[in-house]
Design a protein around this ligand. Structure first.
Ligand code: 5GP
Ligand code: ZN
Length: 137
């Protein structure tokens, strides 16, 4: 289902401009207007799905395949040393546009970006957390 007011649906419909790098029928990919590094790409399904949990498996498969191709191209075309795939799901995770998208961010040895800070588990906590998550899979 399309969403009339969604900014990425508007991009899909060509109602607002975008710098597309790929269009393969069910998926488009375009440059993020506020890139983490230049060449930062967003991969979206043309259909409106809010988060990863709404995307059918066959579509997410195509999105990941597209992200893989884009990362490969960023390494060749931009001489990126690596790339990050990221997906913010729900507001608590930093999602601002509620049309699910995968970020493909080219990375350079010298880009100065840091990894997320890491926490520590208390004694025995890791197994409890493991069990909780495994219960719902
Ligand atoms: P989120 O936080 O939802 O994972 O990321 C949304 C991303 O969409 C941000 O990185 C933001 O820069 C990008 N963005 C927001 N509006 C537009 C737009 O109109 N065009 C493009 N190309 N990117 C956008
Ligand atoms: Zn949308």
């Amino acid at each position: 289902m399309e969403n009339k007011d969604c900014i990425f649906c508007k991009i899909v419909r060509g109602e607002i401009p975008s710098s597309n790098v790929l269009d393969n029928g069910k998926i488009i990919a375009f440059l993020d207007v506020n890139p983490v590094n230049k060449g930062h790409v967003l991969v979206v399904a043309k259909e409106h799905y809010e988060t990863l949990l709404d995307i059918p498996d066959n579509i997410i498969k195509d999105m990941i395949i597209a992200a893989k191709k884009i990362g490969k191209s960023q390494r060749k075309a931009l001489k990126a040393d690596g790339f990050n795939l990221g997906m913010n799901n729900f507001a608590a995770a930093g999602q601002e546009v509620f049309h699910a998208h995968i970020h493909v961010i080219p990375r350079f040895e010298s880009d100065g970006l840091k990894h997320w800070p890491a926490k520590k588990y208390d004694e025995g906590e890791m197994d409890k957390v493991r069990e909780k998550i495994a219960t719902f899979l």
